[in-house]
Structures are given as C-alpha cells and as structure tokens.
Design a protein around this ligand. Structure first.
Ligand code: ATP
Ligand code: MG
Length: 441
C-alpha cells in the first residue's frame, strides 16, 4: 500500500509525524485503496490542532479552507491535500453542516463520527491500518454498514441515507440488514436535508452500475423528496406492450440506458405522468393517452424542486416530452427532427427510445431496436453529407433577407425559419439562387 500513496501525501504525513503529531490517511482514499481502485483525492487526519498544522507547513502554500471545522489545505506540487484535526461533530440542525465541531485527541473518536465502516478506516505512512469498526472486513464482503447504531446515525444526519444508497448503487455492495431497516425507518429525515446535498448524491446514485437494485429496494427513500413517484410505483399496466408494472418497467429502462445523468433522469421520469392518464377500454386494456406531456410537466416540477441546473432540467424535460414520438425512416422526417431538436438531443432521444424498448414486452423489442439503428444511420448520413437542417446550414442568411427588403428585426428570423422549414421538408433546394428567388416572391 505504501508505494501507492503519492509522494505529496507521504511528505505531509512525514512532516506531521516528525513534528510529534499523529497523522493518517482517512476516509474515501483508504476505502478506495482497499477496494483496489485509484483514489480521487487524499484526505489526512491528524492530532495536530489547525494552528499547529499550519506551523508544520510554514513557507508552503496553505488555504485556510475551514479553519472553524479544523481543516487546513496544503498544496504539494499543485495538488491540494485536506488536513483535518481529529474531531467530533455537534448536531446538524440546518442539515448542511454540523452546528459546531469539537477537537478531540483520539483517532478512534474521529473515526466514530464517520458514516459507514468502510469510510472509517485510517492508514498510516507504512500502510498500517487503524480500523476499529471492521471496515476492511465489510469491504471484503461488499457490505455497507453504519458506524454505531444505524437509527441514531441517520437521525443525526438524514443525508447519510442517500450516501448509503449511492455507495450501494456505485459499488454494487449490499446493505447490512440493520442498516437497511434503519434506512426504511428513518428516510423521512431527508425532509430536513438541503435539496442540493440530496441532489449531489442522487446524481451519483443514478449513474451507478447497480442503480436498478437500489431503485427496486428503496423506492420509499426516493418518495421522500419526490412524492410524485408514489403513483407510478403502484401502477399496474394491463397492455400487450408491457410485461411489467410501471415501476419495474421504469427500472428496466434506467438500467438499459447508458450511464449518463441526462439519459438516466429521462428514463426515471419518462412515465411519471402515466398514472394520471390511465384509462381502461372495454377489453380491459389500459391506455395512457397524452402521458408524455403530463410526464414532462411533472419532471419539470421535480427537477426544479431538487434545484437541478436549467440546462439539465430542460434537456431531460425535452426527452421526456418526446419519448413517444414516431420518427418515420425518411430523410425528410429525420431532417425535420434533427432541425427541431438539434443533433445532440436527437441522438439522446434515440437512446431514450432504445432504453424504453428494452423495458417492454420481449418479442417486440428486436424489430423496434433495428428501426432505431436505421434511424441513427440515416441521421449520421445526413450529418456527414452536410445536408441542411439548421439555420447555420441555410444557403442564405439574415443579410440576404434584409437586402431583399425585409426590415431588420424579428421578421428576419421568422423569414429565415420559414425558408428553413421549406428546405427541411424538401419543398425547396438549399441553393442560394433558389432561396433568393423565394425571398423576392
Ligand atoms: P467520495 O469522495 O468518493 O465520494 P468519500 O467517502 O471520500 O467518498 P466525502 O464526501 O469526500 O466522501 O467525505 C470524506 C469522508 O468524510 C467520508 O469517507 C466519511 O468518513 C466522512 N463523511 C462524509 N460525509 C459524511 C456524513 N454525512 N456523515 C458522516 N461522515 C461523513
Ligand atoms: Mg472524498
């Protein structure tokens, strides 16, 4: 293990220990080393008080990141290392950060405040472990387990519920039985947690390879911040296209989508409007007419509630709204949709449709997937040929329109779009002379 510790982190550990303090790597980096995964940052904990830590690195670049919380950041060859004094935490009354921290002298006390056994292991310079809660064994058996009494730990900070699920989704670990039970019983604590903290964990959870298992086992947790999921989770669909209920279908589509946040969110929310649109015909078959528009509206509301950025929200809402459109396999239709959505969203929509199909009745899937592949090939061909589907490809521009006698202003854009529409539909050639002729008319 020693050789895997970067030189910068080693120098910091050496500087602190040679000044007579204890110093260890701790948290995510130790966990990842034990899992055989390259850590993405290196956190250090020490018995030195913040001002003592600063003295050890006098003359070096230091950032007083969170002095109140005991953290000093030292730059070693441009790499930041966070050095935190052993501490315990007070309660999280605003659920963003602890109300106060208290410096303590023992490493064990510092490890005891941490959330999960696998995150509560310290490693010394020689690779020696301090692991009072059995984190190494839990990593070995792929188990997520709270440090201490699970109920108490989730009540201290509801975000830990989401952290546990995020690690389960990303690592594929199981959640130990008492920890799992406490998650179900205490997930209402998420009510008190700031939306942006929940959002950050949710985003990582959704792109996890094992997201499906988590969605299947913990829908109650998601309903804490997205109660709109409730009706979908209970939805049966008696329809020849569907071999699963609403939630199981949704989970299959999330699993089938590439590990991309926009696509995974779009799949999670694509059918959220179905329960409100359900009707049953005289043969007992269920229909969900108009559900994409209702889903899009709900998705918009849900993404706003968790304070997603505008771009993510708008992209997801567009995909949800369009997930059911039929795009005929004709150049004209493909150009029209490329033009309407832009290439990036068009190709994302094909991914959404692929994933949606994989979540439907088996025997029908293959033909539909072949159709989507053909659409993809056609769109790529149109792009490669430089065929016109957006204003920037149009053979005339705003100056031509003004030269043809249209007053500068919004009418110029409207005229250009009308020309584009005719080119995309195949009614006019994308040639300058042809379009100038149309303009003169
Ligand atoms: P990663 O950085 O890979 O997401 P991490 O475990 O390092 O995982 P951080 O948020 O960087 O996550 O936190 C560093 C350490 O701080 C954790 O390993 C854990 O020991 C502790 N920790 C973080 N958040 C909490 C929390 N909400 N409650 C208790 N301990 C926490
Ligand atoms: Mg970390």
């Amino acid at each position: 293990m020693r050789s895997e510790i970067p030189a910068g982190a080693r120098r910091i550990l050496e500087a602190l220990t040679s000044a007579g303090y204890e110093a260890y790597l701790v948290g995510g980096c130790v966990r990842d080393l034990l899992r055989g995964v390259e850590p993405h940052d290196w956190d250090i904990c020490t018995s030195a008080r913040p001002e003592e830590t600063e003295k050890c690195f006098a003359g070096q670049r230091i950032v007083e990141t969170g002095l109140k919380h005991g953290t000093v950041t030292v730059l070693e060859e441009g790499e930041p290392y966070e050095i935190t004094t052993y501490r315990t935490e007070g309660p999280y009354s605003d659920s963003r950060r602890p109300d106060y921290v208290e410096f303590v002298s023992s490493l064990e006390a510092d490890l005891a405040r941490r959330d999960l056994t696998m995150n509560a292991i310290a490693m010394g310079l020689e690779g020696d472990l301090r692991d009072p809660f059995g984190g190494e064994d839990d990593i070995g058996s792929g188990l997520i387990r709270c440090v201490g009494e699970p109920t108490h730990r989730f009540q201290e900070d509801g975000l830990r519920v989401m952290r546990a699920l995020r690690f389960a989704a990303v690592f594929g670990y199981g959640i130990e039985a008492r920890t799992a039970q406490a998650i179900h019983e205490n997930c209402h604590m998420l009510e008190r947690v700031a939306a942006e903290r929940i959002d950050a964990e949710l985003c990582r959870l959704l792109v996890g390879q094992h997201v499906g298992d988590v969605l299947r086992q913990y829908p109650d947790v998601l309903c804490q911040f997205w109660p709109q999921l409730g009706p979908l989770i209970g939805l049966e669909q008696n329809n020849p296209w569907h071999c699963w209920g609403g939630w199981e279908h949704t989970i299959h589509t999330v699993e089938a989508a590439p590990a991309d946040l926009i696509l995974r969110l779009a799949m999670l929310l694509h059918d959220i409007g179905k329960p409100a649109c359900r009707s049953t015909d005289e043969d007992g078959i269920d229909h969900f007419y108009g559900h994409p528009a209702v889903s899009a509206k709900l998705a918009d509301e849900m993404l706003r509630a968790l304070r997603f950025d505008n771009r993510t929200r708008e992209q997801v809402v567009t995909l949800v709204e369009r997930h059911d459109v039929q795009i005929p396999l004709r150049s004209q239709a493909v150009r029209k949709w490329l033009s309407r959505l832009g290439p990036e969203t068009f190709f994302q929509l094909l991914e959404v449709k692929r994933a949606d199909n994989m979540g439907q009745a088996r025997e029908l899937v293959r033909d539909r997937l072949a159709e989507l592949d053909a659409l993809q090939a056609k769109a790529e061909e149109i792009l490669a040929q430089g065929q016109c589907f957006s204003l920037k490809d149009l053979a005339v521009n705003g100056r031509d329109v003004i030269a043809a006698g249209i007053a500068p202003g919004p009418e110029v854009g409207r005229t250009l779009n009308a020309l584009l529409e005719r080119v995309v539909c195949g009614e006019a050639e994308n040639q300058r002379e042809v379009l100038l002729g149309l303009l003169r008319k």
